[in-house]
Every structure is written in structure tokens, then in C-alpha cells.
Design a protein around this ligand. Structure first.
Ligand code: SF4
Length: 270
């Protein structure tokens, strides 16, 4: 069986198309595989996973550039952090990155490195999660709008705004065209490139997975104004600020919008 290297050693990479990665996990993760019973969020980007035997596994989640675009230097940096601070690294389903199995005593040093590298911990609990996007203009011939570009500018504007927390998690996804590789239909707030007398951006709200999954509601068409899409950004910021001001604790953006619209309809009834 392959053995996990000591911190600082060369990683043993899984071989084969569908490698049995379980054999190559560090012993702590192998021993607790499938035995996790809960988690909490001790700070921005931090997740403390709790196992049935009382063991803890600390994870640090990072925002990364949207669209899954990574340079070799970013990959080297992440690889070094895995080697020096964590048991394994993991891409998240939202194109962020997690360092899994960090010794809590070494978290301040890791945080300092993350800060110096210009990266941002976050994307856990009731705040803005990684803004996800399809590849769009990067190399897709179908793209009607610059989906990674929209995700970038939204992240830049919304991350400071969400720093003090939001009523509930906010997942924003951007797709360059109705094929929806970006997952706009399934997000709290989705944006999708479409064609309506020229390229435009369609807004979707309230998409979610979970016990009662639903696709987002199609809403307004917003102007497609590359490169920074100011009309889209202004609309999204106004919506997020109204939700933050008016929602109950734990109320997702789509649920709050439904409730606000029901109230509006009731007011309009004679
Ligand atoms: S959603 Fe459309 S633009 Fe984006 S990657 Fe898929 S096909 Fe391309």
C-alpha cells in the first residue's frame, strides 16, 4: 500500500484512471473515512469537521479566480501549502480550494501566507461563496457574455460588502449561454448569457439543491456591457443589499424574494 509522505516530502500521486485514492489518504483521514457527524464555522473560510470519536479536522477554504483558471505559480503555491500545512488539498464544487487537515496551531502562519499571497479565505457559512463561472470567453465558441469576467467583477464588488456576514449563504453562478455549464439555474442568484435583440444577461433567483430542490426563477434581462458589465453589477448589488436589510436570519435570497413578492401581491389586492 502506498504511504503518505511526511510533511515536506514528495507526494505520492494516485496512478491509473480511477485510482483508489482511499489507499493513499493520510492515516488520519483513512481512519475517519465516512465517520463524520457534524461541522461548524469557527471563522471566515474555516470549517471544523467533527468525527463520531470526537476527533476534529480543520479545513481552510480559499476563494480562487473564477472559471477554474489557475496559473502554474498558483498551483505551486497551493501544492506547497498542502505539503507544509495540510493533509490534502481539494477543489471545491464551486471552483474554490480547500486545505484539509490543517493543524489549528499552525493556522495563524498559514493565514499570514494566504494574506501575503493576496488570496482570501472564505466561502463558508452565511456569506458570499465562491462566485462560479463557466469558461465562457476563455475558450468557448458559444459564449454570449464574458461569464468569468462577470464573476470576477461581482466577486470584487460583493466580497467586501459581504465581509460582515449575510442572512444566509449566497451562491452566485454565471453561465455564458443557455447551456448553463456555469450552473446559473441552481444558484441563489444565477446570471446567464442569452440573446434578446443582441447579447444580454438574464437573471435567475432562488435555485437550490437540498431536500426541496428547485431551479431558479427567470427574471429580468440585464444589459450586456463588457468588459465590466456595470448594469449587471448595479442590479445585483441593489438586490443583495435589499436582501441583507430585509431578510430574516437564515432566509435564503430566493425565499426572501418570494416572501417580498407575496407581500406586494397582498397589498395590491382590493
Ligand atoms: S454555458 Fe455556454 S458559454 Fe459557458 S461553457 Fe457552456 S456552452 Fe460555453
Amino acid at each position: 500500500m502506498a504511504t503518505w509522505p511526511e510533511p515536506g516530502g514528495e507526494p505520492v500521486l494516485p496512478a491509473g484512471l480511477v485510482a483508489d485514492f482511499r489507499e493513499q489518504l493520510p492515516s488520519f483521514l483513512r481512519e475517519h473515512y465516512g465517520k463524520w457527524v457534524g461541522h461548524d464555522h469557527p471563522g471566515p473560510g474555516l470549517v471544523r469537521h467533527l468525527a463520531a470519536d470526537g476527533a476534529e479536522c480543520w479545513t481552510l477554504r480559499l476563494h480562487l479566480p473564477p472559471g477554474g483558471v489557475l496559473s502554474s505559480s498558483t498551483l505551486r503555491l497551493l501544492a506547497r501549502w498542502i505539503r507544509e500545512y495540510a493533509l490534502v488539498g481539494r477543489r471545491t464544487s464551486r471552483q474554490g480550494f480547500e486545505l484539509v487537515g490543517v493543524d489549528p496551531a499552525r493556522l495563524p502562519a498559514l493565514m499570514e501566507e494566504v494574506h501575503l499571497a493576496g488570496l482570501l479565505p472564505g466561502g463558508t457559512g452565511p456569506t458570499l461563496h465562491q462566485v462560479k463561472a463557466c469558461v465562457g470567453f476563455l475558450h468557448c465558441q458559444n459564449a454570449l457574455v464574458d461569464s468569468p469576467g462577470i464573476a470576477r467583477v461581482l466577486g470584487e464588488v460583493l466580497l467586501p460588502l459581504a465581509r460582515d456576514g449575510l442572512p444566509a449563504p449566497l451562491r452566485i453562478s454565471v453561465a455564458g449561454c443557455p447551456n448553463d455549464c456555469g450552473g446559473a439555474h441552481g444558484a441563489d442568484l444565477g446570471l446567464m448569457g442569452t440573446y434578446r435583440r443582441g447579447p444580454s444577461v438574464r437573471l435567475y433567483t432562488g435555485g437550490r439543491a437540498g431536500l426541496h430542490p428547485r431551479l431558479g426563477w427567470a427574471r429580468e434581462y440585464l444589459p450586456a456591457e463588457p468588459p465590466d458589465y456595470p448594469g449587471v453589477v448595479e442590479h445585483v448589488v441593489d438586490l443583495v443589499e435589499a436582501w441583507r436589510a430585509g431578510a430574516a436570519c437564515g432566509e435564503r435570497l430566493g425565499d426572501w424574494l418570494d416572501r417580498a413578492e407575496e407581500r406586494e401581491e397582498a397589498r395590491e389586492k382590493p
